[in-house]
Write a protein that binds this ligand. Structure first.
Ligand code: NDP
Length: 314
């Protein structure tokens, strides 16, 4: 039987949009809904998931592969009975990376020009000139996490003219980007930045990493962009850093919990811009093309580039 993709991603109602996307960009691929009562398991079934329910785990354990519609898979590995023996592949592709680069560029330039003040002034009908003469080519941006997305974003920022550095677990070289590695290098990396961008995966080693101590290594008045996970940040420490001037402002695409509760203090902080976890989500068609390619490569016995290493957790 040819490979088939069983789709639970985004719930029962989303299946039709997935079916249309696969029909348009990968008509050779067979798809079916996870929720179809007539579904019977096949040996060559692959699952396409975002956030499967605990009662999905038993069936997922019988799949030949699992593709996640997100680049972060921390929520899957957090399930004690998530089937770790089944190959798990993260979302990737050019559009996902480009969207992330565009978002980070928007956020960094917004911090550089203090666009938050303009937005608040407009709301109040205020015409007040807040002159800012900082430019991209004198602004130092550091990216924590230089993986598939982080490396792409770093090079996109460098291309615009920012002075870019990055921090990761293991040493590496990246054209146009100064690379720091290891926990011991973190204070030196942070000490040279005007804007810090977080693009780490959520793992036990990175949870709560961005706290008062880490932020205190930044030059006073630096900006912060979080596009990794809300869990990386100790939110009370972030608010304190915004209040005492350690940070000039922050842009958060990810928070904890999501959605952000109505009574969260983050909503109303004048130095904070919040977006609802929208930095990088490729179109259905682009994701369907990517998933079809991943399944084809697994069928050929190849190792897809974004195969998750479950022991590392990303
Ligand atoms: P990758 O797995 O490709 O890259 C992860 C990077 O983080 C690697 O450079 C890795 O270093 C580094 N890293 C991991 N653990 C540590 C550590 N303990 N200390 C220092 N560096 C570490 O991930 P992606 O680039 O694809 O995605 C990154 C994250 O972005 C996702 O996990 C997700 O949380 C988030 N994301 C957010 C989205 C949004 O819309 N807001 C959309 C997509 C992703 P090394 O290579 O040396 O191991």
């Amino acid at each position: 039987m040819p490979a088939r993709i069983v789709i639970s991603a985004d719930g029962k109602k989303a299946f039709e949009s997935w079916r249309l996307a696969f029909a348009s960009v990968a008509p050779q691929v067979s798809v079916c809904s996870w929720y179809d009562p007539a579904y019977t398991a096949g040996e060559d079934d692959y699952a396409l998931v975002w956030s499967p329910r605990p009662d999905h785990m038993e069936r997922l354990a019988c799949m030949k592969g699992i593709v996640c519609t997100g680049a972060g898979v921390d929520h899957l590995l957090a399930h004690a009975d998530f089937p770790r023996h089944v190959p798990l592949v993260r979302m990737g592709g050019e559009q996902t990376a480009r969207l992330m680069a565009d978002y980070v560029l928007w956020a960094v330039i917004g911090l550089l020009r203090d666009a938050r003040t303009w937005a608040m002034q407009q709301q109040q009908g205020l015409w007040r000139n807040n002159v800012c003469s900082r430019t991209s080519n004198t602004t130092r941006v550091g990216i924590m996490g230089l993986g598939h997305l982080g490396a792409y974003v770093a090079q996109a920022l460098a291309h615009v003219g920012f002075c870019v550095s990055g921090w990761k677990r293991t040493p590496a070289e990246l054209d146009g980007v100064t690379v720091w590695s290891g926990v011991e290098a973190l204070p030196d990396f942070l000490g040279e930045l005007d804007v810090l961008v977080n693009l780490l995966p959520a793992t036990p080693a990175t949870d709560g990493l961005i706290d008062h101590v880490l932020l205190s290594h930044l030059p006073k008045g630096a900006g912060f962009v979080n596009v990794g996970r809300g869990r990386h940040v100790v939110q009370s420490d972030l608010l304190r850093a915004l209040d005492d001037g350690t940070l000039c402002g922050a842009v958060l695409d990810v928070v904890t919990p999501e959605p952000l509760p109505d009574d969260s203090a983050l909503w109303h902080h004048p130095r904070l811009t919040i977006t609802p976890h929208v930095a990088s989500e490729a179109s259905r068609e682009v994701q369907a093309r990517y998933v079809a390619d991943v399944v084809a490569s697994l069928e050929r016995g190849e190792k897809p580039a974004l195969l998750c290493d479950v022991t590392r957790g990303y």
